[in-house]
Design a protein around this ligand. Structure first.
Ligand SMILES: Cc1cc2nc3c(=O)[nH]c(=O)nc-3n(C[C@H](O)[C@H](O)[C@H](O)COP(=O)(O)OP(=O)(O)OC[C@H]3O[C@@H](n4cnc5c(N)ncnc54)[C@H](O)[C@@H]3O)c2cc1C
Length: 504
């Protein structure tokens, strides 16, 4: 089916959900406009608040719903944290604005001579426009652990957990891992309907985005083949010549653009003889494995949280429900995963999109996405995810049940996606939801490999256009948009219309 990891499926009779990616924010408004996605039926609604964290015992914390409201909520934990919140948001806002701009630009490519140098100067100039204070924050965000960064701002553990959760989403790491602060930032520079940093829901699920994109393609005469896996990228004398499908069909093309994980593209689909030896070595070292376990559940009723009782739809059901009450909890989950495969106290985010969208479940019933972090990409001691997936799923359900005791009994059906299932079903190498670790050594001019950050592979005419390129994972459209611009540039079209000089 069309859509990669942004699809909606019926996973239990009468119950549909976004089965992999499940919430929208990073989708670039220019992509929405270029492809007229709203005109083609896409509708994105905002969550009333961002997050709800049931805490140990009977407490809880809510995040979002406006600055004043969040400050009042934080003040229940720390007046200091409430006071510094506007300044914290101002930093994320300003740095986020810069990254949002850079996300839409091709990174400077090492080895590109004058054009690479000009791009470096242009992007360096944008960095230079930040004040010294903001430059320091940027340095912190790129190099520090999420804990070090958040410790510099806040004192309350639940507040740090609410923000720190973003640092381990799709990141098989501890909030103590240097560089995890960047992953936190990566999840904040999106927007919904013009509201920066907000997360929303696509009516009909994430598949509504890719279905609208498919309509836009059809309007341009694009033919999309499904059930047509590529076996090999054909290369003739160092130039892309097309693809060969698994069924033996050959499609000739002078330009091939691939959005699969670079490790999959260069490890399996391009013959080793067609790649420089040093490049092959780098790709073998490309780090994959986000440690993500994903479930979809069909529910007869909403979870009734001990800390905030009630089974009727309320704002805390309509946001990201995070079970990870402290940075220590998240660190332990990672350490346990390294030692045993996963933690007895796993990190779970639950989203119940049917509280915002009645097209997904029968009236009065619901669907929930369970998005769980720190499940080892490969299990230790020769265990296989095929044997372990059901027990891990049971533990995840028990974990939610500890906070909402009607949860287990309300489950009518479940779909399990272990890291191995994510690899098999969606072609995600190592089950990596981001197509490769989002760490400094694999970002910007080094994504996926230094010298090949401009979407061009070391084979003329072969381009990379997926999440394994700048700016990385997420349903953003940015890698594809940037790659398309470079392809047009190589064909001389942009030069002809003068856009190349603008360097966008
Ligand atoms: C469980 C999960 C949760 C996520 N949650 C979110 C979220 O809430 N919000 C968000 O913004 N992002 C989220 N993401 C990340 C986001 O979905 C991805 O970063 C994004 O889909 C990447 O898009 P892409 O086009 O680069 O690649 P993909 O969406 O991975 O598409 C690659 C396509 O290539 C196909 N393919 C693989 N091998 C071959 C072959 N040999 N021949 C032909 N086709 C092939 C695959 O089947 C797939 O259709 C999530 C991802 C996952 C897996």
């Amino acid at each position: 089916m069309i859509g990669g990891a942004a699809v909606t499926e019926e996973f239990h009779p009468g119950f549909r959900n976004s089965v992999a990616s499940y919430t929208v924010s990073l989708l670039n408004p220019r992509v929405i406009a270029d492809m007229d996605l709203y005109g083609r039926g896409l509708r994105i609604v905002e969550r009333p608040i961002s997050n709800f964290l049931p805490l140990n015992g009977t407490g809880h914390l809510k995040l979002g719903g406006g600055l004043a409201r969040t400050q009042a909520e934080f003040a229940r934990f720390s007046t200091h944290d409430a006071k510094v919140l506007p300044a914290y948001y101002a930093v994320l806002d300003e740095v986020g604005d810069l990254l949002r701009r850079l996300a839409q630009q091709t990174p400077p490519n090492v080895g590109d001579g004058i054009s690479g140098l000009l791009r470096t100067l242009r992007q360096g100039g944008q960095l230079a426009s930040l004040s010294l204070a903001r430059k320091s924050s940027l340095l912190d965000l790129f190099t520090q652990s999420a804990r070090s960064f958040l410790d510099g701002w806040f004192e309350s553990e639940p507040v740090k957990a609410a923000f720190g959760f973003d640092s381990i989403v799709g990141n098989y790491a501890s909030p103590d891992t240097p560089g995890s602060a960047y992953v936190l930032l990566h999840h904040t520079f999106g927007e919904v309907n013009g509201k920066k940093g907000a997360w929303g829901h696509a009516i009909g699920g994430m598949g509504a985005i890719t279905q609208a994109m498919a309509k836009a393609c059809a309007g341009q005469g694009v033919e999309i083949l499904t059930d047509a896996p590529v076996r090999q990228v054909l290369v003739d004398q160092g130039k892309a010549a097309g693809v060969e499908l698994a069924d033996g069909r050959r499609i000739a093309a002078g330009i091939v653009a691939s959005n699969v994980n670079p490790a999959l593209l260069f490890g399996k689909l391009v013959a080793p003889a067609d790649l420089p030896a040093w490049f092959r070595t780098r790709i073998v070292r490309y780090r994959n494995g986000s440690g993500t376990f994903r479930m979809n559940v069909a529910l007869s009723e909403l979870p009734d949280f001990t800390c905030l009782p009630g089974k009727s739809v309320a704002e805390h059901h309509q946001c990201g429900i995070i079970i990870a009450p402290s940075l220590n909890y998240m660190d332990k989950a990672y350490c346990d995963a390294k030692a045993f495969g996963w933690s007895k106290k796993p990190i779970v985010e639950m989203l119940i999109p049917s509280t915002l969208d009645d097209s997904l479940a029968p009236p009065g019933q619901h669907v929930a996405s369970l998005f769980c972090q720190q499940f080892a990409p490969r299990l230790p001691d020769g265990q296989s995810w095929d044997e372990a997936r059901e027990s891990a799923a049971d533990l995840i359900i028990d974990t939610v049940n500890d906070h909402a005791p009607n949860f287990r009994a309300s489950i009518l059906g479940r779909m399990i996606l272990s890291p191995l299932d994510l690899e098999r079903t969606f072609g995600l190498t190592g089950g990596d939801i981001m197509h490769g670790h989002m760490a400094l050594d694999q970002l910007w001019a080094a994504r996926p490999v230094l010298g090949h950050a401009s979407y061009r592979a070391p084979v003329t005419g072969l381009y990379m256009c997926g999440a394994g390129t700048h700016p990385g994972g997420g349903v953003s459209g940015n890698p594809g948009r940037n790659a398309a611009r470079e392809i047009l540039r190589d064909r001389g079209i942009l030069t002809a219309i003068g856009l190349a000089l603008r360097g966008r």
